[in-house]
Design a protein around this ligand. Structure first.
Ligand code: 5AD
Ligand code: SF4
Length: 482
């Protein structure tokens, strides 16, 4: 498999969804089956939903045939993501008809928020539609369904962060966990549906974040990923949407906590707790974040920094809030402060009016940065976004496809370059489990987020192991413990 295929597979896997379950499954309790699609935030939200329903007497199951309740946590980011969910709904329908007539079907997340009541008209089998800020209302909605009514709650909140709800860790490895720190997004990139499906940006109380991390250490976890649509925009001043910060009292403003402050608080929780964060945003990332990363060894040297395009004209049309020049300055600052920081990106190709010249600028930016990894997409028009309302989706599909192939090919060269550079070096690897290909080998990741496989010997999941890299495939470093 070459890197192009690997990258496509990675993207595909993120779209395929995952069945999530916990082992605890007491006899006689009602059973829920949750499937999640899309971003890490959705997976994290499913853990909140599981926590709320556990209190209602549900346990989880991986067998849809025995489920009383089937939930699908959905993604709207591209049309293809929505089509995947529609296909799953067809599958649930067949299960309901043939094997499990009593099961309740609920749609959660971004598609629920986007389509609201329309979902009930379009998909007759759906009993419950619930947006990302309404999960606390699940017990009430389930009662409505029990009473024979269809139930909908798509209320978007300015305050909800589920700060007090301890997520039930689903289907994880017991070593790495997601911790949500912000919800929503106020950036309004013209191509993006997220501000409409996830609402206004708001930050979670830092104390609850630190406490969750402390509890994770007690439970044996070794790594957390702080999650938000735009983590750099984190700002705690006592609650509320970020846009209302100016209305807060002077005292609240002076005692506010920024993302750099929060990162430092979490880094102090324990030196053996590794910290990652995602997603960063070039227009909001500040130098003090990079300084905190440099200061703490337990903050991983890896930044996912979506760029979307290398052309100033397209960046402006996308309302990204930075220019190519500003982005390059940020990259230079990161590299000057943390020379071995690994950087990945998201890129959209074929956005409205994109010319060959714009495309060449994207390719030349990639040559400048030489990203470690990349997640690359063809532009997909989303209903009600500014791009849909104001611009024409005028790049033919074959042109989008060809440009996508060109950026993927370039990324393949850069990724391989970075892999090969690492041969002969030694890295600390946090072991996350056994290699998928061999029971005799362990799998883990370096601070740079590179996957490493090495012979097991006496090491085990959760260990930090120094591994010398001997060779690489296109996506994995291979080595031995030293
Ligand atoms: N079409 C294609 N890709 C998109 N993304 C967001 N919206 C769209 C869209 N309408 C991509 C961006 C973002 C990633 C999560 O998904 O690259 O960073
Ligand atoms: Fe969407 Fe832009 Fe917000 Fe990212 S920063 S979630 S791309 S609106």
């Amino acid at each position: 498999m070459n890197i192009t295929q690997v990258l496509e597979k990675k993207i595909d896997e993120s779209k395929q969804g995952e069945r999530l379950s916990i082992v605890d499954n007491p006899k006689g309790s009602k059973k829920m089956y949750i499937e999640s699609y899309g971003c890490q935030m959705n997976f994290s939200d499913s853990e909140i939903v599981a926590s709320i329903l556990t209190k209602e007497g549900f346990s989880t199951t991986q067998d849809i045939n025995e489920a009383d309740l089937v939930f699908v946590n959905t993604c709207s980011i591209r049309e293809k993501a929505e089509l995947t969910v529609r296909k799953r709904l067809e599958f649930y329908n067949s299960i309901k008809k043939d094997k499990n007539p009593g099961m309740i079907v609920g749609v959660l997340g971004c598609m629920a928020e986007r389509l609201k009541e329309k979902f009930l008209e379009e998909e007759k089998l759906v009993d419950l539609v619930i947006g990302p800020d309404a999960y606390r209302d699940l017990p009430n909605l389930l009662k409505q369904v029990d009473d024979g009514r269809k139930a909908v709650n798509v209320f978007l909140s300015k305050e909800e962060t589920y700060a007090d709800i301890s997520p039930v860790r689903l289907g994880g490895n017991g070593v790495t966990a997601f911790v949500s720190i912000t919800r929503g997004c106020d950036n309004m990139c013209t191509f993006c549906v997220v501000p409409f499906t996830r609402g206004r940006e708001r930050s979670r109380n830092p104390e609850s974040i630190v406490n969750e991390c402390k509890q994770l250490i007690k439970d044996g976890y070794k790594e957390v990923t702080l999650l938000g649509q735009n983590v750099d925009s984190y700002l705690w001043y006592g609650g509320g949407a970020k846009k209302d910060f100016k209305k807060a009292t002077k005292d609240a403003q002076e005692n506010s906590v920024s993302f750099a402050n929060l990162l430092e608080m979490v880094a102090e929780v324990g030196s053996k707790l590794r910290i990652r964060f995602s997603t960063s945003n070039p227009q909001d990332m500040t130098l003090d974040v990079i300084q905190v990363m440099k200061k703490y060894n337990n903050i991983c040297n890896y930044i996912h920094l979506p760029v979307q395009s290398g052309s100033d004209r397209i960046l402006s049309k996308m309302n990204r809030g930075y220019t190519r020049g500003k982005y390059i300055t940020l990259i230079d600052n990161i590299k000057n402060t943390i020379p071995d920081c690994s950087i990945s990106m998201d890129m959209i190709t074929g956005f409205c009016s994109e010319t060959e010249q714009d495309h060449q600028e994207t390719l030349s930016l990639m040559d400048y940065v030489k990203y470690e990894y990349g997640y690359m997409f063809k532009y997909s028009e989303r209903p009600n976004t500014t791009a849909e309302r104001k611009f024409e989706d005028d790049i033919p599909n074959d042109v989008k496809q060809r440009r996508l192939a060109e950026i993927i090919e370039k990324q393949q060269v850069h990724s391989l370059l970075h892999m090969k550079e690492k041969i002969g070096e030694t890295f600390e690897v946090l072991v996350e489990g056994t290699s998928k290909k061999s029971e005799e080998k362990l799998y883990g990741r370096t601070t740079h987020n590179s996957a490493v496989v090495f012979p097991k010997e006496n090491y085990k999941k959760g260990d930090y192991v120094m591994v010398e890299i001997e060779e690489c495939t296109s996506a994995t470093l291979l080595g031995k413990a030293i």
